[in-house]
Write a protein that binds this ligand. Sequence first.
Ligand SMILES: NC(=O)C1=CN([C@@H]2O[C@H](COP(=O)(O)OP(=O)(O)OC[C@H]3O[C@@H](n4cnc5c(N)ncnc54)[C@H](O)[C@@H]3O)[C@@H](O)[C@H]2O)C=CC1
Ligand SMILES: CC(=O)[C@](C)(O)C(=O)O
Ligand SMILES: [Mg+2]
Ligand SMILES: [Mg+2]
Length: 352
Amino acid sequence: MATINFGGVDETVITRDEFPLFKAQEFLKDDTIAVLGYGVQGPGQALNLRDNGFNVIVGQREDSASWQKAVEDGWVPGETLFGLEEAAERGTIVCYLLSDAGQIALWPAIKEKLTPGKTLYFSHGFGVTFNDQTGIVPPKDIDVILVAPKGSGTSLRRLFVAGGGLNSSFAIFQDASGEAFTKATALGIGVGSGYLFQTDFKKEVYSDLTGERGVLMGALAGIIEAQYQVLRQRGHSPSEAFNETVEELTQSLVPLVGENGMDWMFANCSVTAQRGALDWKGKFREATLPVLNDLYDSVASGAEAKRTIERGSTPDYREKLQEELKEVRESELWQTGAKVRELRSNTTNVEA
Ligand SMILES: NC(=O)C1=CN([C@@H]2O[C@H](COP(=O)(O)OP(=O)(O)OC[C@H]3O[C@@H](n4cnc5c(N)ncnc54)[C@H](O)[C@@H]3O)[C@@H](O)[C@H]2O)C=CC1
Ligand SMILES: CC(=O)[C@](C)(O)C(=O)O
Ligand SMILES: [Mg+2]
Ligand SMILES: [Mg+2]
């Protein structure tokens, strides 16, 4: 366990240097890790764990497209791929990676399989933190832990395959065995994280729900729509509005932020751009602060959880989501994006 100073604040972080993969393999060598759910996190985590040498099985609804995907990924029905309840029965560590609404529906059946000595693993603090709404109250005689990769399961897998990894936060909710901490560490290293940041279930879910509804997804999508709309209404062409709102952001500027911070991105832009950005960022901050505070209140009151559960529990929730995504995809903004993406000059400089 290392103490690392982040901007003046000390935090606890576990690193792969102090807890190498062989130690994780040794610690979990007698365990069967059952990954329930094969949506986005399920495949990422199950495949990384399998490739890292752990005993992994997958549980998924038999009549689903994801079952087929699991078969294509090399999980063998009756050997390493089972129905949800059977996988939970066989696993000593049950990774509950159904959608947060799906976890509620399956809980009564899965709870029965969580016999003393087993471990229940989440990648989100949702089910346990909002248990007044989810009904997810784990039995007292099991370990309950969390490892939450800080990104999409798709990235978790892609970065692993490319030889890297994605960091995770981790937390302990219940330590019946006295070994929950080591177990969470071993699993975090197992799914491919090089660094594990300690948190608790409530902090994980509050920050995660705020982040994805805010800057990471909701605010990003909203502010892009707003700027595109202004440029279009002021007479700019779709390609010009898109290039100045999205293409330059994703292709040029955000990678520079990721590489070396905001001031580095600024420093690689013109003095004119820097002057304007420094003058305007305060206005944007003040304008969005009330919205972000509303958002946090809505997360903390349980209202976001309530809405997620209600909307996610209707029989046609996937179709409805698809319709909403289709509307986004078919908007002028994102149709322009599709065309602009085709024109990326990836190969221009290598052609004769
Ligand atoms: N999507 C991501 O990359 C991330 C997800 N998480 C967390 O990981 C967990 C899993 O999330 P995702 O992979 O996004 O889930 P998902 O929405 O892709 O669903 C996972 C699986 O649950 C199944 N499922 C959904 N409703 C069901 C029901 N009523 N009965 C039986 N099965 C059902 C689906 O068929 C699918 O195989 C969640 O707790 C989520 O918050 C955490 C970090 C990132
Ligand atoms: C990818 C991730 O970490 C999110 C955005 O929080 C999620 O998919 O829930
Ligand atoms: Mg997240
Ligand atoms: Mg999330």
